[in-house]
Design a protein around this ligand. Structure first.
Ligand SMILES: [Zn+2]
Length: 76
């Protein structure tokens, strides 16, 4: 059996996909940075949830994904 392949198949429809930089989800690993033999936290911890919960940092604020606490950066 022969598959009837259309001779003039339209060129692959390329959707103009304009995706911004892929936002990687912050993993627990990224919240720490090993500096020598010290471990530094690179993200602020949520004051409501405790030191185990890190805040998501935005350009003008930090927010907790768990309780929703948001703290805006002070403008200078
Ligand atoms: Zn929280």
């Amino acid at each position: 059996m022969a598959a009837a392949a259309p001779a003039a198949a339209p060129a692959a429809k390329k959707k103009d996909v304009k995706k911004g930089p892929v936002k990687a989800k912050l993993s627990k690993k990224d919240a720490y940075k090993v500096n020598g033999n010290k471990v530094e936290r690179t993200k602020p911890a949520c004051p409501k949830c405790g030191p185990g919960i890190f805040m998501a940092t935005h350009k003008d604020r930090v927010s907790c994904g768990k309780c929703g606490y948001t703290e805006f950066n002070k403008k200078e």
